[in-house]
Design a binder for this molecule. Structure first.
Ligand code: MN
Length: 135
């Protein structure tokens, strides 16, 4: 019988999101990897005001659970949704989007990301200030 696994919080290290894939100050930590029967991974991200991801897709979709603050998420149709602590967003497979903090408040997110053919994300170009501000 398989035993339970603990991913100890004390052993976890946060890292800064790379400036090729993120704009601004983003701290990420990986909570758990996918396994044979649970084909999704977990991560936690903290975005300081103005910080956001680049445009990207998730081949098997992504749940975003806002754990604190206020942020926004945008799609290629130009729509930007304001999201705040307690909101849960489902992003369907292959939908180009970005997510980040609001211009004047930080946001923290729990990310549950599906895996398809060993991939959970494909990044595209960075989000311009114009796109981020919805102008
Ligand atoms: Mn995403």
């Amino acid at each position: 019988m398989e035993k339970q696994t603990v991913f100890w919080g004390d052993a976890r290290k946060a890292f800064k999101g790379s400036q090729e894939l993120f704009t601004g100050d983003v701290q990420l930590s990986l909570l758990f990897p996918p396994n044979k029967t649970a084909q999704y991974s977990g991560a936690h991200g903290t975005f300081q005001p103005g910080a956001r991801t680049a445009w990207h897709i998730h081949p098997a979709g992504q749940y975003m659970i806002v754990t604190s603050g206020v942020g926004r998420t945008g799609t290629r149709d130009g729509k930007i949704l304001e999201i705040k602590a307690g909101d849960v967003i489902w992003c369907p497979p292959d939908t180009e989007h970005w997510h980040g903090a609001s211009p004047d408040a930080p946001m923290a997110l729990l990310l549950i990301t599906g895996v398809f053919e060993y991939k959970n994300v494909v990044y595209k170009e960075k989000v311009t200030d114009k796109q981020y501000l919805g102008k």
